[in-house]
Design a protein around this ligand. Structure first.
Ligand code: GLN
Ligand code: ZN
Length: 768
């Protein structure tokens, strides 16, 4: 039996890579220093795994930015717009230019597009393909890193994205072809890589083909067959590990099992039934091995050894020990690095900490599981097993986790709890009367610039350099100034500005029971950007109001309406590490009830308009279409529970960004928010078509300017967009607002842009 790791976090346990990359981009360190940092991280990771006793240690899992971009560069699929830049810059600067764009020495190139890596919060750089796309071996990173590990005495397993998934991850940049047609042009470069690795005596190569977990066309399935047969014919000596993760093979199972590879890797965390399916299918070639992904690669919970061992036992009974490998469900790049670095008992108490495992601990778990499963136990491993059992038992019954009041409240939710008292038609009449807003009402999405100053106040407050009172005063002043600015500009529905918030999820997590935080639990989101998701470990409840004080204060300053501002249950769930001891839907419902209480308290405090942000509703969609309905059902319901405790004349808004709506428009309508604001400007209002075609009945605020750019748009531009919107949506349903919150913008551009926006709304009103 072997242990098989799929990938290790490359940011460094103390985010060394982030720091070095940013210093390099800022011209503060040399390229040699950056490269040395990369080398140190690789060596540390390899040695850590070797010392822990991992048999198959990955290489090429390191990346300076993104593993898909690495492969794009390896394969020479460099979009034409970088040709000139490439001539006068080093390969690494070309690489960063493709990732981030570059403006220097008169050169100006835009970045490649970035999108989410399946259903994770990792983002990859999308390959761009043309009809006559050429591929050549441009970078030998994979071979160099293999040799680098060899020089340290560690024979690694190079990891790369398989050819079919690589093509499917990309995008056609011109008409008249499908990217899968490029396979014949692509394969020779893969073969060249394999030849070079073979010359270095490679034994295993891991090819990641996560698309095998998605809905595929017949042609795509056929391509899988052809590609893997070809690889097998040309390289019969290389042991190919075909890695699938994030879901079951589903209807691709027969195709997958027919591929001539050495080992299939299965994600048994996401799809525990896969093992039975395969063993019972009778289709597994008797020479082929199974790598069992039993340790969750993308969550932070300690493995349940008893549970894992029963899966492993099932496999060894059927196949024999030799044909079984043990690993994480997917690459560990989705896990934080090292639990040992969590030394703050105040936030992460010892009781909670014993339930957790980060990447380094997961490596130890994998090795221990192999030792138990193959009876190589000694007193040390027995103690580890005992400790694991105790921690898991404790978690099942801990008072920290289980709150009967919360459980009873969820169980008692009635059919009316997720419905407003009246239909939208009726509510609308009361709201028109109560709110007295003009046509094309103007508003913003919530946050105003979080300047360095505002952030420094919070830092000082946390360090004890400012008292709570001093900190409060500063935030109040900033809020008041923002209210005054909005009044002067003539905005109709004001916001308080969210200055008191570090982050739209963390702020709520810190005040909800059932959440905790790590000090160093960083996970790469993209490039040098890392996130530190809150940990939802227990039943969620709201001990005290969370935002009422700030909304009430802001409302007290002005006769205009101030919109209350909350993050929705689905988004809080989606951007946290979530419990694995109950369904996600259950946790989401608990959060929904907590938000509902907040909504009701805001109403009681005199707030008539309340926004519940749900930017992450779309990204929660399962990978396989057949599972969408079930998810949307509970997600929409959770939103409705959070929004339905108020009277008819209280207006509920929601906000979504980075979203397409066509295939979920019915569900968006089912959320039944009185007003939805959406990111729209970059698509030139195209995203509105989904609402128009559907005859979406409630009110909509299509974003009229892009907040991701410092550029100040003119009122004419915004009028054009609004006219486009008014062509497809009745004018009395339309709101006027930016695409998203303004927290990343500077004040000067924000002010100018909002003045233009108000002018645009006035022009629209005048034209009616
Ligand atoms: N209210 C939040 C803000 O304005 C919404 C952010 C988001 O949609 N991501 O910052
Ligand atoms: Zn947004």
């Amino acid at each position: 039996m072997k242990t098989n790791n799929l990938g290790y976090p490359r940011i460094g346990s103390n985010r060394e890579l982030k720091k070095a990359s940013e210093l390099y981009w800022g011209g503060k360190i040399s390229v040699d220093e950056l490269i040395r940092t990369g080398k140190d991280i690789r060596r540390t990771n390899w040695q850590l795994q070797a010392e822990a006793g991992v048999d198959l240690i990955p290489s090429n899992d390191f990346s300076f930015y993104d593993q898909v971009l690495d492969l794009t560069l390896t394969l020479g699929a460099i979009p034409e717009r970088y040709t000139d830049f490439a001539k006068s810059n080093s390969a690494i600067d070309l690489y960063f230019a493709m990732a981030r764009g570059a403006q220097k020495n008169g050169q100006d190139v835009v970045a490649m597009e970035m999108t989410k890596w399946f259903d994770t919060n990792y983002h990859y750089i999308v390959p761009e393909f043309t009809k006559n796309q050429k591929f050549t071996l441009f970078s030998e990173k994979i071979i160099t890193e293999f040799k680098e590990a060899n020089a340290l005495g560690i024979a690694t397993k190079p990891v790369l994205i398989g050819p079919v998934s690589y093509l499917l991850l990309g995008k056609e940049k011109e008409e008249g072809f499908h990217r899968i047609d490029l396979i014949d042009a692509l394969l020779p470069v893969y073969f060249e890589i394999f030849e070079k690795l073979q010359a270095e005596n490679v034994e295993y190569i891991q090819l990641d083909e996560p698309f095998l977990a998605l809905n595929l066309t017949d042609k795509e399935r056929k391509t899988f067959m052809e590609v893997y047969h070809e690889i097998n014919i040309r390289f019969p000596k290389i042991k190919i590990i075909l890695a699938n993760y994030f879901d079951c093979f589903g209807e691709n199972l027969a195709t997958a099992l027919a591929l001539p590879v050495d080992t299939f890797h299965l994600d048994l965390v996401r799809c525990p039934s896969q093992l039975d399916d395969i063993l019972e299918s009778g289709q597994l070639d008797p020479k082929v091995n199974l790598s069992l992904g039993v340790v969750d690669g993308r969550n932070i919970w300690k493995n349940d050894f008893k549970n894992s061992l029963s899966l492993i036992q099932k496999a060894t009974d059927a196949l024999g020990e030799k044909r079984v490998l043990i690993g994480p469900s997917c690459s560990l790049i989705h896990s934080p690095c090292d639990l040992d670095l969590e030394t703050n008992d105040a936030t992460l108490t010892p009781e909670i900490k014993q339930w957790l495992a980060f990447a380094k601990q997961k490596i130890q778990e994998i090795v221990l599981l192999k030792q138990f499963a193959s009876n190589e136990t000694d007193t040390k491993t027995s103690a580890a097993f005992e400790e694991n059992t105790i921690a898991n038992e404790n978690r099942k019954t801990s008072k920290l986790i289980h709150n009967d009041n919360v459980k009873n409240r969820v169980a008692g939710i009635s059919a009316s709890d997720d419905k407003r008292k009246s239909t939208f038609e009726t509510r609308r009449k009361s709201q028109i009367e109560a709110l007295n807003l003009p046509l094309f009402p103007t508003t913003t999405i919530g946050s105003f610039p979080q300047t360095a100053e505002v952030r420094s106040w919070r830092a000082k407050f946390k360090k004890g350099e400012l008292t709570a009172e001093q900190y409060n005063d500063l935030i109040e002043k900033e809020t008041e100034a923002t209210i005054r600015f909005q009044e002067e500009t003539g905005i109709d529905v004001l916001v308080h500005g969210e200055f008191e918030r570090n982050d739209m999820v963390e702020y709520f997590g810190e005040q909800l029971a059932g959440f905790t935080f790590t000090k160093n639990g960083w996970v790469q989101s993209y490039g040098s950007r890392c996130v530190k998701p809150p940990v939802i470990y227990g039943d969620v409840s709201r001990p005290n109001p969370m935002t009422v004080k700030w909304s009430k204060y802001a409302q007290s300053l002005t006769p205009k309406w101030v919109k209350g501002m909350l993050t929705g249950p689905v988004t809080i769930l989606q951007w946290s590490f979530v419990r694995n001891d109950q369904p996600r839907s259950e946790t989401c419902t608990q959060i929904a009830l907590a938000i509902r209480d907040e909504v009701v308290d805001l109403e009681k405090a005199g707030i008539k308009i309340i926004q519940i942000d749900e930017p992450a509703i779309r990204e929660g969609l399962p990978l396989r279409k057949e599972e969408w309905a079930a998810y949307l059902d509970w997600a929409v319901k959770a939103f409705r529970i959070s929004a339905s405790g108020v009277k008819d004349d209280t207006q509920i808004h929601t906000h979504m960004c980075y979203s397409e709506f066509n295939d979920i428009i019915q569900n968006i309508a089912d959320m039944d928010a009185d007003v939805i604001t959406i990111e729209c400007s970059r698509s030139q209002m195209e995203l509105l078509d989904a609402f128009a075609d559907f005859k979406y009945p409630n009110e909509i605020g299509p974003g009229v300017y892009d907040i991701h750019s410092p550029r100040v748009p003119s009122s004419e531009e915004m009028v054009k967009l609004l006219e486009k919107a008014a062509d497809v949506i009745p004018a009395d349903q339309l709101w006027v607002n930016p695409d998203c919150g303004l927290k990343t913008r500077h004040w000067d551009e924000t002010k100018k842009a909002l003045i233009e926006m108000v002018a645009a709304a006035q022009e629209m009103r005048a034209a009616v």
